[in-house]
Ligand binder design. Structure first.
Ligand SMILES: [Ca+2]
Ligand SMILES: [Ca+2]
Ligand SMILES: [Ca+2]
Length: 200
């Protein structure tokens, strides 16, 4: 490495004193040790220091808000409105690779435009889905996920979304307790005898 002899009034050295290594190269790790050769105390060895030079910032990615929808009646299409930005670095390639992938849920969902930030997705099956939007600038990657709940109807979607159980009196699980539920109850259990001794 370059060495530098300090003059009497010189208290610091800078990168300009080391022409072999200046200017610094992007995406590079530098290591250096400052040894001090004192005329009185002799050689004082320094510690190892490192510095990673990078001006590249990672892409910024949003997969959008979570969504809930339902089949109407056999399929439904929604839009995943992702947003992606980057500082344009590194210069090579100077552009982003964008990819939507499905990371949870039934494997029947169809992503219609997987390499654009905003895409339509078609569903033919109820389920609890997750999609991941990834942007890669050639040096750094950023991902974000979005959850999409698809129910058979709005009631079903609501219960998939919350994970809450149905009201025990809601026999037909349509999210409302009414005379229809009473009718189901009567049909199922009217005159059912549970006295095994006398047979009622
Ligand atoms: Ca970048
Ligand atoms: Ca998210
Ligand atoms: Ca009901």
């Amino acid at each position: 490495m370059n060495s530098k002899t300090l003059g009497e009034d010189e208290e610091s050295v800078g990168l300009e004193n080391f022409p072999d290594f200046y200017p610094l190269t992007d995406e590079t790790t530098y290591y250096w040790i400052v040894d001090c050769d004192d005329p009185v105390k002799g050689l004082i060895e320094g510690e190892l220091w490192t510095l990673f030079v990078s001006t590249n910032k990672a892409p910024v990615v949003s997969a959008g808000d979570d969504q809930a929808t339902w089949l109407d009646p056999n399929e439904v299409t929604i839009v995943l409105a992702g947003i992606v930005s980057d500082d344009g670095l590194p210069e090579d390639p100077g552009e982003l690779t964008i990819e939507w992938t499905q990371t949870a849920g039934p494997e029947t969902a169809e992503i219609l435009s997987a390499s654009t930030p905003s895409t339509s997705v078609n569903f033919i099956e109820r389920g609890d889905y997750e999609f991941t939007l990834t942007a890669d600038d050639g040096g750094l990657q950023t991902s974000d996920t979005v959850r999409v709940v698809v129910g058979d109807d709005s009631c079903d979607a609501s219960h998939i979304e919350t994970g809450d159980a149905y009201n025990p009196a809601d026999f037909n699980e349509d999210c409302i307790v009414d005379l229809e539920d009473l009718q189901s109850f009567i049909l199922n259990d009217w005159l059912t005898c549970t006295n095994l001794l006398t047979g009622c």
